[in-house]
Design a protein around this ligand. Structure first.
Ligand SMILES: [Zn+2]
Length: 107
């Protein structure tokens, strides 16, 4: 996912889906809805793959045993983390992205 707007939206939707306050199919339809009217998303060659990956993970949620479901949830999280949603979901993690480049200036 390259579209920051979609990442923001997907992050919010996914949390709702995880809390079971939103139907997975609803999230998928929202995503498709956004993509249909977003230039950035339509220019993203991976967007279809990302959507189908997320879709197939979240959609069968209610039909599968809990053990499998937990695994699928982890995979869903993984997929979304890779799409830069990580910051929002793992809110507790500190950012260790310090730029400590040692510039050696000799006088
Ligand atoms: Zn977009």
């Amino acid at each position: 996912m390259q579209c920051e707007r979609l990442i923001e939206l997907a992050k919010t939707w996914y949390l709702h889906v995880r809390d079971e306050t939103m139907a997975p199919a609803r999230m998928v339809s929202f995503i498709n809805d956004h993509v249909a009217q977003c230039d950035i998303c339509q220019a993203d060659p991976d967007i279809g793959d990302e959507i189908s990956k997320i879709t197939e993970i979240i959609l069968p949620k209610s039909k599968i045993p809990k053990a499998v479901r937990l695994k699928q949830e982890q995979e869903a999280e993984e997929a979304i983390r890779q799409s830069a949603l990580r910051e929002a979901i793992d809110d507790n993690n500190g950012d260790e992205d310090n730029n400590l480049s040692t510039t050696d200036s000799k006088g």
